[in-house]
Design a protein around this ligand. Structure first.
Ligand code: APR
Length: 312
């Protein structure tokens, strides 16, 4: 008998809870919410709350909370949100040593209990966390991605849509590079229903949008006192859904680079196709000289972070 798909979410906090809700609401499969033993009851409570929403909203499916890694058995997708979020004044990099320990423990749990899963990492600092996840699990690069470019591109999309006075649906954006202040929102690939954005907005406005996009996470941390969760959760579900349904969406994800764009042994945001096999293809695109220079700088920042984690 064919089994229902199973989506495991590690960390039942703000992002994990929202991701569980979205997965259940879209009926992607049964959902497991896993947190540390001290928060097992919390995870169970959230799971019940989500399942009861189904009675009102009309979705079916099982949502369960646990702290037992054995419950990951048979997971098709594991979304990793475990770790501390940024507090005001903290950079994503400040989180490195705290979240590295957590990601190593989580990676061991996934490796032993869900050895065939497709893993989507959200924990920050993203590029270093997803690198560590691949290293510890030993999974092939097709099965370990980081969720960042999708979110950064969505922020970019919102700002352009607002400035042009059009629906976000008309706007296409792409953000490459590390998920930090050095990210590269690519103006050369930003269009409004096919129209290059520089035909619609003046350079000063575009520059301001690029700056706001790069600081988009920090803007929310300053406002809320913790990091964003609705859009990050939605970003991870977009990737999970493309994988589970074989949609072959072309999405900006942190992918393991093995020579693409001139970088080796590095995780960084690039356009990839996500299908039934996970990362089906890393897409190489032409960049302007300025964009390539900015991407080199971003790769350098990610490389430093990865080197720093190797010492921890
Ligand atoms: N195993 C499982 N869960 C863990 C572990 C672990 N080893 N360590 C911590 N957690 C759980 C926490 O108990 C908490 O419930 O991870 C959850 C994190 O939830 P929040 O604190 O609400 O953080 P959230 O906003 O969801 O962000 C999670 O994603 O975007 C990044 O910067 C963000 O690194 C942060 C992560």
């Amino acid at each position: 008998m064919a089994a229902r798909k199973k989506i495991a979410i590690i960390g039942a906090g703000n992002i994990g809870g929202e991701a569980a809700m979205l997965a259940a609401r879209r009926e992607l499969g049964d959902v497991i919410l896993l947190d540390i033993p001290e928060k097992e009851m919390f995870a169970q409570g959230k799971a019940l709350d989500i399942m009861q929403t189904g009675a009102l909203d009309g979705f079916d499916g099982k949502v369960t909370g646990t702290s037992n890694y054995a419950d990951l058995k048979g997971s098709d997708v594991v979304i990793v949100t475990a770790g501390f979020p940024r507090k005001p004044g903290m950079s994503r990099d400040d989180l490195l040593s705290i979240n590295l320990k957590i990601i190593r423990a989580v990676a061991e749990g996934i490796k032993s209990n869900a050895p065939n899963a497709f893993v989507i990492v959200i924990s920050n600092p993203l590029d270093a966390m997803v690198y560590e996840m691949k290293k510890v699990t030993g999974f092939p690069r097709e099965r370990v991605v980081g969720m960042a470019g999708v979110l950064d591109s969505a922020r970019f999309q919102c700002f352009v849509a607002e400035a042009c006075g059009v629906s976000t649906k008309e706007v296409t954006t792409l953000v490459l590079g590390g998920h930090g202040d050095t990210m590269v929102p690519c103006l050369s690939y930003c269009t409004v229903n096919g129209i290059p954005v520089n035909q619609l907005l003046p350079k000063e406005k575009l520059d301001a949008i690029v700056t706001r996009t790069a600081g988009g996470g920090g803007e929310i941390v300053k406002l809320m006192g913790t990091s964003a969760y609705y859009a990050p959760a939605a970003g991870s579900i977009a990737i999970a859904e493309s994988f589970l349904k074989g949609q072959s969406r072309l999405l900006a994800c942190a992918a393991y680079l093995d020579g693409e764009y001139g970088y080796k042994d590095l995780y960084m945001g690039v356009p990839v196709i996500i299908g039934l096999n996970g990362v089906e293809k890393v897409i190489s695109i032409k960049l302007s000289d300025d964009e390539k220079k900015a991407l080199d700088k971003s790769a350098e920042a990610v490389r430093e972070l990865i080197e720093a984690s190797k010492k921890l």
